[in-house]
Design a protein around this ligand. Structure first.
Ligand SMILES: *Cc1c(COP(=O)(O)O)cnc(C)c1O
Length: 368
């Protein structure tokens, strides 16, 4: 199905800027119950565009989590804005909402919660802080396609100005590379569309057209367009999203049951307000074993498990250290990094694969 839909585009009149892109946008908007969607060539460009559309500019401060992929805060740097990292909850790796307020200054414009591993941030409480201080919110929902908060899909929680998704192959659905911004606001939508394509438009002209060819460049945009080839892949992937998410949830349930109450590590507890889409399944090693994480990680790899670590706190990266960010500024995030290992989580895992992972994980810990 994926292959056919891509081949059909290759046989059609459009390779890019054709009908598949708006079909993909409309389908995802409908799925998440959002008014508008704008497709981009990556989740990173979607982040950049969403911050731009909100008017984030040089000197503005953007509060986000350090337990994320570097793109979340890099997109603020692209606009000469200043990322401010706020610490996370020890149990979930999500932004600790109770610590956000003390990070707010007169320069703060935006809060960017990251739904780490697909487990939703407490958006209601976070948005109360945003509203109190007149700040905008963009959800980095790259992990959270198919997740829900208070019964509504992430992508239109009703608590933020915009949400972004990524369609990199490790994410829930893929377009090879790609991303999307969802919003209910027409002004943001118009800016996102222009920013995606050089800031050029044929609508809402500022000057007098001197012919039918006339177009205007009204802002400094980029070429952040996705192709029809990719959008066709996204459309056929989107049809499978519900079954992908369902499978991830049943794998998580199998893991949860097997790991419940074990003496070696914790797993991320379910929240009372949302449903995770399980982009990742992190295990958080207990403090007695923490200084042996390197050994545990390499033994899991030796057992053939494709384990990963998500994430090195962003501000510990050399580029951020050179900007003046300091180790120790988010101690819980640094601790989280010390104890986190992501074990295999993808829909193609069979129940026996999952049982195999469980037995190898216990084997490694029992033999420490
Ligand atoms: C994947 C990811 C991104 C970036 O998406 P790309 O499509 O790879 O550019 C941003 N934020 C988070 C949390 C991600 O996991």
């Amino acid at each position: 199905m994926d292959i056919n839909s891509v081949v059909n585009v290759l046989k059609s009149d459009y390779i890019t800027q054709g009908p598949r892109i708006s079909e993909f946008e409309e389908s995802l908007a409908e799925y998440c119950d959002s008014k508008y969607a704008v497709c981009f060539n990556s989740g990173t460009s979607a982040l950049h565009a969403s911050y731009y559309a909100l008017g984030i500019r040089g000197g503005d401060e953007v509060i986000t989590s350090p337990i994320t992929f570097v793109a979340t805060s890099n997109a603020a740097l692209y606009l000469d804005a200043h990322p401010v990292f706020t610490d996370v909850e020890k149990s979930t790796g999500n932004m600790d909402v109770s610590l956000v307020e003390e990070k707010i200054t007169s320069k703060t414009k935006l809060i960017v919660p990251v739904h780490y591993s697909g487990n939703p941030v407490d958006l209601k409480n976070l948005s109360e802080i945003a509203v109190d201080h007149n700040l905008c919110m963009v959800e980095d929902a790259a992990h959270a396609l198919g997740a829900s908060y208070d019964g509504k899909f992430i992508g239109n929680s009703g608590y933020s100005e915009m949400s972004i998704f990524s369609f990199h192959p490790v994410k829930h659905i893929t377009t090879g590379e790609g991303g999307m911004v969802l919003t209910d606001n027409k002004d943001y939508y118009d800016k996102l569309v222009m920013f995606r394509s050089h800031g050029v438009t044929k609508d809402n002209l500022q000057g007098e057209p001197d012919g039918d060819w006339y177009y205007e460049m009204q802002l400094l945009g980029f070429n952040y367009r996705i192709t029809d080839i990719q959008a066709a892949l996204g459309l056929s992937q989107l049809l499978k999203l519900p079954s992908f998410v369902e499978r991830r949830r049943s794998i998580a349930e199998r893991y949860d049951t097997a790991f419940k109450g074990n003496e070696f590590f914790k797993t991320i507890p379910r929240s009372s307000y949302g449903l995770s889409s399980y982009h990742l399944y992190p295990i958080l090693i207990n403090s007695e074993y923490r200084d042996r994480k390197r050994e545990i990680f390499s033994k899991l790899r030796l057992e053939g498990l494709g384990v990963q670590v998500h994430y090195i706190p962003v501000y510990l990266q050399p580029y951020y250290q050179n900007l003046g960010y300091r180790r120790g500024s988010c101690p819980v995030a640094e601790d989280f990094y010390q104890c986190e290992i992501s074990i295999p989580m993808y829909p193609a895992l069979s129940d026996s694969d999952v049982d195999y992972v469980i037995s190898k994980v216990f084997k490694v810990f029992h033999n420490l």
